[in-house]
Design a protein around this ligand. Structure first.
Ligand SMILES: Cc1ncc(COP(=O)(O)O)c(C=O)c1O
Length: 386
C-alpha cells in the first residue's frame, strides 16, 4: 500500500490555537517518500502532461513553488486571513502594495513609519503616488488629510523605533466610513500578539526577516489579506510578474522557524518586560519606550489590542548622544547591530542607522531583546550604563 499523506485542507485550522497552527499549517508529509518534513523543491520548472495540463498544479517557480505554497498557507492561517503572499524582503512586500495601487492614489502613512519604507516611497514613488506622513494616532489629523483620491491608510504598531501604538479599530473605522483600505505593518507584534485583520485591517504586512525567521539568517517579507479582492489580485500579479519572491530554501527555513514562533515570542516578551522594568528605574536612563510599561502613553490601547507587548524597546540615555555612544560601545553580550527579532540580543544607535534626515532622538538606543537569560542581559546593560 502506498503512503497516504494527510491533506492539509482536512485540518480545521480556524478552530485551532496558534501554537498548533504554527506547527502544522506550513508542513505536509511528502506523499511520494513519506518524509514527515516536506522536501525542499529546488526545481524551477515542472513537467507538463501530453494534454498540456500540469497535474501538480505547478508550472514555474516564480509563479509558485511547493515550499512557498506551504509558507503562504501557514502565514494566512496565523492571521486568519483569506490568502498570503511571500516576498524576498519586508520592503518588497510593502512595495508590492504601493505598486498595486492606481497611479495618483493618495496614501496616509505614520509620521514615524519604518524609515526604509518611508525612503522607498519618497525615492521611488514620488510623482507616481501621493503621500502624507501624519500622526495616525490622532483621528482628527487623519480626517484632515483625507482627499478625494485617498485610497489607503498605512499603520505600523508598535512603531519602529518609537514604539508608538496606533488604535487599529479607530483607524479602520475612519477607513470604512470613507471607503479606504488599511494596511498594518505587524512586524513587531507578529500574529502571536496582535491580529490586525480581526480589528478591521484589510492587509497585514511583515518583514519576515525579523521574528518569523527568528535567527537573523534570512530575508523575507509577507502580506496576508482579509479578502481576495481586486487590490489583492493586483498584489498577486506584482508578486508573480515582478518576481521579488523568496527562494525555496528560504521558504523552507521560514516554515521551519515559524513552528517555534509562539514560544519564541513568549520568551522575547517576558525578557523585554523584565528588562524594561529594570531600565526604567536606572538613574542613567531618561525614558524607556515599551508599550508593556503602565507609564507608556498608549499602554491602555496596547492592552486592548495586543495579548503581550513584544521584544523590542527603545531607551533614551541621559546626557545626549555622547552618553548613548558610550553605553552602546560598552556592551559585551549584546551585539551592536541593526535589525531585530533574532534569538540573540541586539542594540543600536538608531539615528546613526537611519541617516542624516532621521528625526529619531540622538540619545535613543533601540534594543531587540533576545532569548538569553534575563539575568545576563540585565548584567550586561547594567555594566554598560555604569
Ligand atoms: C517595521 C518594519 N517594517 C518593514 C521592515 C523592512 O523589512 P526588510 O528589512 O525585511 O526589508 C523593517 C525592517 O527593519 C521593519 O522594522
Amino acid at each position: 500500500m502506498g503512503i497516504r499523506a494527510k491533506p492539509l485542507c482536512l485540518l480545521k485550522f480556524e478552530f485551532m490555537k496558534i501554537e498548533t497552527i504554527a506547527i502544522h499549517a506550513g508542513n505536509k508529509t511528502d506523499a511520494s517518500s513519506g518524509a514527515v518534513i516536506q522536501p525542499v523543491v529546488m526545481s524551477t520548472t515542472f513537467e507538463r502532461a501530453e494534454d498540456g495540463t500540469y497535474t501538480s498544479g505547478y508550472i514555474y517557480s516564480r509563479a509558485s513553488n511547493p515550499n512557498r505554497t506551504l509558507l503562504e498557507n501557514v502565514l494566512a492561517k496565523l492571521d486568519n486571513g483569506a490568502d498570503a503572499a511571500a516576498f524576498s524582503s519586508g520592503n518588497a512586500a510593502g512595495m508590492a502594495v504601493f505598486q498595486a495601487l492606481k497611479p495618483g492614489t493618495h496614501i496616509i502613512l505614520p509620521d514615524d513609519m519604518y524609515h526604509g519604507l518611508r525612503n522607498q516611497l519618497k525615492n521611488l514613488f514620488a510623482g507616481i503616488l501621493e503621500f502624507d506622513f501624519v500622526d495616525v494616532n490622532d483621528s482628527d489629523a487623519i480626517k484632515q488629510h483625507l482627499k478625494p483620491n485617498t485610497g489607503l491608510i498605512w499603520v505600523e504598531t508598535p512603531s519602529n523605533p518609537l514604539l508608538k501604538i496606533t488604535d487599529i479599530k479607530m483607524v479602520t473605522a475612519i477607513a470604512r466610513e470613507n471607503g479606504l483600505k488599511v494596511v498594518c505593518d505587524n512586524t513587531f507584534a507578529t500574529p502571536v500578539f496582535q491580529q490586525p485583520l480581526a480589528l478591521g485591517a484589510d492587509i497585514v504586512m511583515y518583514s519576515s526577516t525579523k521574528y518569523f525567521g527568528g535567527h537573523s539568517d534570512l530575508m523575507g517579507g509577507a502580506l496576508v489579506t482579509a479578502a481576495k479582492d481586486e487590490l489583492w489580485q493586483k498584489i498577486k500579479q506584482v508578486q508573480e510578474m515582478g518576481g521579488a519572491i523568496p527562494s525555496p530554501m528560504d521558504c523552507y527555513f521560514l516554515s521551519r522557524s515559524i513552528k517555534t514562533l509562539p514560544y519564541r515570542m513568549a520568551g522575547h516578551a517576558k525578557n523585554a518586560q523584565l528588562l524594561a522594568e529594570y531600565l526604567q528605574k536606572h538613574p542613567k536612563v531618561e525614558q524607556v519606550l515599551y508599550p508593556g510599561l503602565p507609564g507608556h502613553p498608549q499602554h491602555e490601547i496596547a492592552k486592548g489590542q495586543m495579548t503581550a507587548f513584544g521584544g523590542v524597546m527603545s531607551i533614551c540615555i541621559k546626557g545626549g548622544q555622547d552618553e548613548a555612544n558610550r553605553v552602546v560601545n560598552g556592551v559585551k553580550l549584546f551585539t551592536r547591530a541593526t535589525s531585530l527579532g533574532g534569538v540573540e540580543s541586539l542594540i543600536e544607535h538608531r539615528a546613526l542607522v537611519e541617516g542624516p534626515d532621521s528625526k529619531t532622538p540622538r540619545n535613543l538606543l533601540r534594543i531587540s531583546v533576545g532569548l538569553e537569560h534575563i539575568d545576563d542581559l540585565i548584567e550586561d546593560l547594567g555594566q554598560a550604563l555604569g
